[in-house]
Design a protein around this ligand. Sequence first.
Ligand SMILES: Nc1ncnc2c1ncn2[C@@H]1O[C@H](COP(=O)(O)OP(=O)(O)O)[C@@H](O)[C@H]1O
Ligand SMILES: O=C(CO)[C@@H](O)[C@H](O)COP(=O)(O)O
Length: 487
Amino acid sequence: MRELFLGVDCGTQGTKALLIDADGTAWGHGHAAHALIERESGAREQEPHWWVEAATAAIQQAVAAAKSKGECVVRGLGVSGQQHGLVVLDEAQTVIRPAKLWNDTETAAQNEEVVQRMGGAAACVEKFGISPLTGYTVSKLLWLKEKEPANFARVRHVMLPHEYLNWWLTGRMCAEFGDASGTGYFDVRKRLWAKDVLDAIDPALFGCLPELIGADEAVGTLKPEVAALLGLDAACVVSPGGGDNMMGAIGTGNVREGVVTMSLGTSSTLYSYREAPMETVPEGVAPFCSSTGGWLPLVCTMNATNVVNSMLSALGLGVEAVDRLLAESAPGADGITVLPFLNGERTPDLPLAKGCVFGLSATNLSAANLLRATIEGVTFGVLGASTWVTASRILLIGGGAKSTQWRQMVADASGARVEVPAVEEAGCLGAAMQALAVSSGKSIASVADVCVRLDEAKTAVPVAEKFAQYAAAMARYKERLKAEFGV
Ligand SMILES: Nc1ncnc2c1ncn2[C@@H]1O[C@H](COP(=O)(O)OP(=O)(O)O)[C@@H](O)[C@H]1O
Ligand SMILES: O=C(CO)[C@@H](O)[C@H](O)COP(=O)(O)O
């Protein structure tokens, strides 16, 4: 009987599922999209039951695909989730309101207030190794207390998206260091909840947090009724899971120092594993913990494929147009610059910013140049914030990595060789690899050595002439940013 391991990744736009064997070979995939509640106030929310429904559909698809290839049993399951979302449950364990997400900027004022109550950003870094930015979980709690006091009074359990899915699967509420480190109420050096931060909002909150477990501890096994629904065995072991970037790190072998991963999902992120926490935290860097016993400093911008999708939709085009239009246009988009802040922005810290288009003329205005300038803006945003890490090689993941031309742009603009894992869904792969490690007792590094493979045909090698062209376009991007927003 074939033994398989399941990874589930609850991203912003959808949930994916992947089944692998102990060699990292894929046996089944599944996908289901999520809706997104977006309001002009900056609210970005989803109903937690949407994630459960999407996970159910995606897992059922993956299981059906694997079973069609022969008899199999799923031994372990790991969940990867969009970071920072706030799920609140009442005494009866009922979800109180939609989850506010990582890209919610309605809570910007509350983030500033929390930082101030803790003595300012420098004091936060000194005390807890991290200072919260808009989007982290903590500001959502203060927002709830101020704006929806009746809902706040009902809160008995506070969870992140992947913890909520683990609870649905197993009935156990628990947290692990990687995702917990993005809450803003976690001491990232000591790897403990930061009670002082929660007390500054409300002393009742600390008692609402889940227990912390280690990266190699199992959460438990599946609830029998959930196992039956998903077509899985109730003995299937659920590993701790983690934030999607932490699971992407595992899925790209970013479990040792010196590896750099970049993700082009709804957000754009760039991260690199470290054995020790950062002593000094460069501006814009989120000094998170990894879900593998170390640390995972990262930069994250709030505008990536969401902005590309909006521009495509405004142009009446679909995602299949990306490669064609990038190929039709040249680095620098004939002088057009897009600051892609449709979602406000976190890096740089401009939660209330709006997007801007500069440099339009009668001769350069075309769909190809507009789309290119948008994708360049997204790419320059994350690369420009990533000078704290040097990379001669970048492992590129997320939906945007499917574009040949975008991969080449990242290589040309960064000067690094861009490589793509053979399994496209790195968050799912990382979660499945963690499930394999936890259920077999193997180290995550040894699992990574076996399971992470590259799709050599997709490697993009930087072209020196293009590097110079992108450097000029990026300099123009930075000038526009400075002139418009002073950063
Ligand atoms: N071939 C492609 N070229 C460019 N972008 C693509 C391509 N395929 C998918 N995408 C983008 O990837 C997005 C989904 O990315 P994904 O990493 O799954 O997001 P998330 O994890 O945040 O839900 C799509 O909405 C689309 O914009
Ligand atoms: O907030 C962050 C990282 O700190 C985001 O990276 C979220 O974790 C959402 O991820 P995607 O939906 O873009 O994968």
